[in-house]
Every structure is written in structure tokens, then in C-alpha cells.
Design a protein around this ligand. Structure first.
Ligand SMILES: [Zn+2]
Length: 249
């Protein structure tokens, strides 16, 4: 395949993405997209616990109207919790796994109608694993990353000079083509192993929600060169559930 044909294929598969530009500090208990700190969690729902009864660490929350393909789902917040205690004890929750299905050491919940609900006043109830960050966005178009280009696109050959990029976080993967490899919402996952999408049923649709990179999560157990990937599963206009996938190098 010629470089120009290859570039054209990547351009056709672009999706809108928003890199999360982070700044240290917790903006507080607000229903906004942010990393760690005090979660906005509805007062009428208990905080998530793992199957060993541990309180889980709050990792991040995402306002769905911030996520490029899901803007119409306004007034909903996705919260990601992970059991650091289980990780210390060797029962490391590994995210969605085709062999075991859901593992109970993490929680990715969707709370809807947030403008009609009050947050609980419990603050931080488990170890803070990621330094709290406020988030702003840098919008761009996102081409598939290396693993999806190799294994998910139906390409018969690729140019010898692919990929380019000076380091793991260099987004310039080919002339004129960007793949954002840092923390982001929407777009394409930056897989570090073979693409590992959660399985869904026939009538369901899978959406890539966000990824958190190892640089941001340097104390998280999965973040030795890896990522946490969050997915949302819908059917029609209804949000059914969310799922976590972890990969490390
Ligand atoms: Zn636990």
C-alpha cells in the first residue's frame, strides 16, 4: 500500500477526541470531568465496595456531555473506582476479562439526572492513588493507534515507514496523521497489547469513553507503561453499563 493510500485509510477512520489537559489540584465536589480528588457521588447510593468489603479508591469521573460521541447524553456522570487494597493484597482487579467476565475489584458507574441529585458529603474515603487534577480539553481528530491499525483495520499491507513518532507519547504517528496517546476522552484507544475490546451482545453498541495513561497514574498498579481504558455500552438511546479494560507493557 502506498503512503498516500495508507494515509487516506487512516484519515477515513478518524474520530473526534479530546486530550485531557491536566492541572494539579482538585476543583472540588462538582459534577464535572476531573481526575481523582473528592468524587461527586449521589447521596442516595452507597459508595462502591469490592467483594472483600474494601472502600475503593476514586480514580476519575467524566461528564458524558464532554465525550465527543456522547454529547446528547447530558446530565450524566460516569465514575471510575478501583480497589487499591485488593491490589496490595495480590487480588489485583484486572478489568474486564473474557475468561472470567466482570471482576468485582472495580466499579464504573453511570449516574443520570445529576442536576436533580445531591452529592453525598463523605469526601475522600479510600487511598488517593492519582494526584488530583482539574481537566480542560484540547480537541483534535484521532486516527487509530498502532495496534488497531495492524489488527482492527482490514489492511493488506502497510508502508515500511509506519509508525513514526519519537516516543510513546508522540502523537505524530505518520505525516499528516495524529493519534493522541495521552489521557483523553473519545477517539481511539492507545492499546499497548492486542486490542482488547469488551464483548457485547447483538443489539448493543460499544463506545470508547476514555483512557488514563501511566504517566498520570504512576502510583496505580496497572500503570507500568500501561493504560486504563473505559468503555460505555448502549442500546438505542439507552446507556446500559460501562466497562474497564487494563493493559500494561
Ligand atoms: Zn478490595
Amino acid at each position: 500500500m502506498s503512503p498516500n493510500d495508507f494515509r487516506q485509510v487512516l484519515l477515513e477512520h478518524q474520530r473526534p477526541t479530546r486530550e485531557m489537559i491536566v492541572a494539579p489540584g482538585d476543583p472540588g465536589c462538582e459534577p464535572i470531568t476531573k481526575i481523582s480528588g473528592i468524587p461527586w457521588w449521589p447521596a442516595d447510593v452507597p459508595r462502591p465496595t469490592c467483594n472483600h468489603g474494601h472502600a475503593m479508591s476514586f480514580m476519575a469521573q467524566f461528564l458524558l456531555s464532554d465525550v465527543p460521541p456522547l454529547e446528547s447524553h447530558d446530565n450524566s456522570l460516569v465514575s471510575f473506582h478501583y480497589c487499591q487494597q485488593c491490589a496490595y493484597e495480590g487480588n489485583m482487579p484486572i478489568g474486564w476479562n473474557p475468561k472470567v467476565g466482570n471482576t468485582p475489584g472495580y466499579d464504573v458507574s453511570v449516574c443520570d439526572l445529576i442536576s436533580e441529585k445531591q452529592p453525598d458529603l463523605l469526601g475522600i474515603i479510600a487511598e488517593v492513588v492519582i494526584d488530583p487534577q482539574s481537566v480542560t480539553f484540547r480537541d483534535s481528530m484521532d486516527a487509530p493507534g498502532y495496534e488497531d491499525t495492524m489488527y482492527s483495520l482490514d489492511l493488506h499491507s502497510i508502508p515500511e515507514d509506519y509508525p513514526q513518532g519519537a516516543d510513546d507519547f508522540d502523537e505524530n504517528i505518520y505525516p499528516g496523521i495524529i493519534h493522541v496517546a495521552k489521557r483523553k476522552i473519545g477517539g481511539w484507544p492507545t492499546w499497548v497489547q492486542h486490542p482488547g475490546l469488551p464483548e457485547i451482545q447483538d443489539q448493543e453498541r460499544l463506545h470508547f469513553l476514555a483512557q488514563l495513561d501511566w504517566w498520570l497514574c504512576n502510583r496505580a498498579t496497572w500503570c507500568s507503561g500501561g493504560y486504563a481504558y473505559l468503555f460505555l455500552i448502549s442500546s438505542g438511546t439507552k446507556i446500559l453499563r460501562c466497562e474497564l479494560v487494563l493493559q500494561t507493557t
